[in-house]
Design a protein around this ligand. Sequence first.
Ligand SMILES: Nc1nc2c(ncn2[C@@H]2O[C@H](COP(=O)(O)OP(=O)(O)OP(=O)(O)O)[C@@H](O)[C@H]2O)c(=O)[nH]1
Ligand SMILES: [Mg+2]
Length: 418
Amino acid sequence: MAELFDMKEIEERVILIAVSTDDEDDTRASLDELEELVKTAGGITVDKMIQNRERIHPGTYLGKGKIDEVRERIWELQATGVVCDDELSPAQLRNLEDALDTKVMDRTMVILDIFASRATTSEGKIQVELAQLKYRAARLVGLRSSLSRLGGGIGTRGPGEKKLEMDRRLIHERIGQLKSELEEVKRHRDVIRKQREKAHTPVAAIVGYTNAGKSTLLNRLTDAGILAEDKLFATLDPTTRNLELESGQQIMLTDTVGFIRKLPHHLIEAFKSTLEEAKYSDIILHVVDCSNPNMDMQMHVVYETLRELKVEDKIIVTVFNKIDQKEDGEFPRDLQSDYQVQISAKTGAGVPELLDTLEQILRSQKVYLERVFSYQEAGKIQTIRKYGELLSEEYQADGIAVKAYVPAELFGSLIVTK
Ligand SMILES: Nc1nc2c(ncn2[C@@H]2O[C@H](COP(=O)(O)OP(=O)(O)OP(=O)(O)O)[C@@H](O)[C@H]2O)c(=O)[nH]1
Ligand SMILES: [Mg+2]
């Protein structure tokens, strides 16, 4: 699919537009974020305009007066297009394009475009293409009437429409094909997950708003060598690395794609198997950029998205990151989570506390075991060493006295004498 902003030709200079239905500060923050998204996608923002309205205009997104104003600004600034901060309906897109006589894009298109340029693995590419096609298929239905209008009078099927019928069929065929490819990838993922479960290695998923510092944290903890950038959606594909804690306990850490407000629905659907990494984890590490003025809203979006993905009843550690950059001395709080730590993934401050917290959680999920194992049972002590935490072992005449924390599911097999 073609790039949204054609970087090879002249610069794309766009005006960002939003409709504010209640809190204007919030709309402004959302527009600032859209500017970042546009920049990441290769475009330049030349102006930002907000219309205060009771609700979004169902036919044209903006009201008539504002449309005239925007048209004038486009001319003054020689803008090449506009980007709306909400996902437009097919009709809104068409009407606004007609009214402004310029290229109209929306937030969803920009996000899809960034995802498309970031996807590197075949899974990522399949997921992006699927999301793009679904978005496009919906728009084609809308475009039909306008194109057939071009084709001829009432009752004549215009050439435009015939082509669209064909496009639509091809698109649906391709969607079907992509879906079955995704199924295959998913099966593979399930196999790996089962293996992990069998190995009794706990998994922690690193989630959070885009640009919070998730990849930087994983790199800090495991030398994962993942690209961490001051750009939105630097990471699309999940990376998993093993980490050995001080007690010898192993834990798998998975870095995931970041969340953002108004994350397009088709993207969530297409990226479900990637986003679901969090669902199959034992612990959620929620990384929050506590130097960001919109921290509260970002945390809210993360919780909402987790709910949407049905990630429930998990132990959550809120990792307040970038404390090195936080200006006020206030202590950030998250009332929704069980554990909280403050760190700087960049400088390493607070990381030992985070590791301690992980040990503490994993230990609390284990049961205490104190028993004398006969010498024939020495193999079981190996098992404890591997999956649990061996506190002490003492060689006595009648066997080996052991004190340890072991995973609950192994407890039964360790106390029966064979
Ligand atoms: N000052 C400071 N900057 C940080 C810290 N942690 C991360 N960063 C910076 O924040 C930016 C984003 O970091 P990433 O690790 O790529 O963030 P991410 O959450 O993985 O972002 P996405 O993959 O895009 O969702 C980078 O420029 C990092 O260098 C920190 O503790 N302090
Ligand atoms: Mg990342």
